[in-house]
Design a protein around this ligand. Structure first.
Ligand code: ADP
Length: 216
């Protein structure tokens, strides 16, 4: 079972490329952001605890995140399901990366490939200002570069943490807390230049995947 991790600033396109790994290569897609938002929407104890943290653009504690990951990974790895898993937006700190290694090694697994989705603050702000989410299934659109079909428009939301000042704060946190993962995963890191259009990013990502497809 192959384990991939995706990290990069908000708006870099991690979720879009993770969806592609899911549809074209049969990977499971686990997004910690989506999992946390569904806890918030279901009004669970955990959801109520993390709502204000997410809305303010801060990071949820490593302990909560590692707990969610441990639960989800054991569901996916039980039984005969050997499809790979792509972790989108996790790990986001060195403590999460270490905790993840411990969880994986207890299952005789390890991170096979890490992907850095590289994006400047200016491009992150621009992408997130226009980002809209389908509240029913978390599909992502952009008002200019990827507009939603007419039938989806009534369900679109603009996330509270997608306001410009929150995006700037999230970018600063990314630099401080997440960027050190470049060093942590330096022996198995692929960098994707995300300043390009979605289709150019996709082509670049696809080429990287195909170059080592024989391995999975
Ligand atoms: P984006 O891809 O736009 O950065 P996500 O949907 O991945 O947004 O995450 C939204 C929010 O959920 C984060 O700002 C943070 O509050 C929380 N979150 C998601 N993943 C993690 C994580 N691995 N560690 C801590 N907080 C997280």
């Amino acid at each position: 079972m192959k384990i991939f991790v995706f990290f990069g600033p908000a708006g870099s396109g991690k979720g879009t490329q993770a969806q592609y790994l899911k549809s074209d290569h049969g990977f499971h897609h686990l997004s910690t952001g989506d999992m946390l938002r569904s806890e918030v929407n279901s009004n669970s104890d955990l959801g109520n605890k993390v709502k204000s943290v997410i809305d303010s653009g801060n990071l949820v504690t490593d302990e909560i995140i590692l707990d969610i990951i441990a639960k989800n990974i054991s569901t996916l790895t039980s039984g005969n399901d050997h499809a790979g898993i792509v972790f989108d937006g996790f790990p986001r700190t060195i403590a999460q990366a270490n905790g993840f290694d411990a969880i994986l090694s207890s299952m005789n697994l390890s991170v096979d490939q890490a992907f850095l989705f590289d994006l400047s603050l200016e491009a992150s702000l621009d992408r997130i200002a226009g980002r809209r989410i389908d509240s029913r299934n978390n599909d992502v659109y952009h008002i200019n570069s990827n507009p939603a079909p007419e039938s989806v428009v009534p369900f679109l939301i603009h996330r509270d943490d997608d306001q410009p000042e929150k995006v700037t704060h999230r970018y600063e946190l990314y630099k401080q807390q997440t960027q050190p993962l470049v060093e942590f995963y330096s022996d198995r890191l692929i960098t994707v230049d995300c300043e390009l259009t979605i289709s150019q990013i996709h082509a670049q990502f696809d080429q990287q995947i195909r170059s080592f497809e024989h391995k999975f």
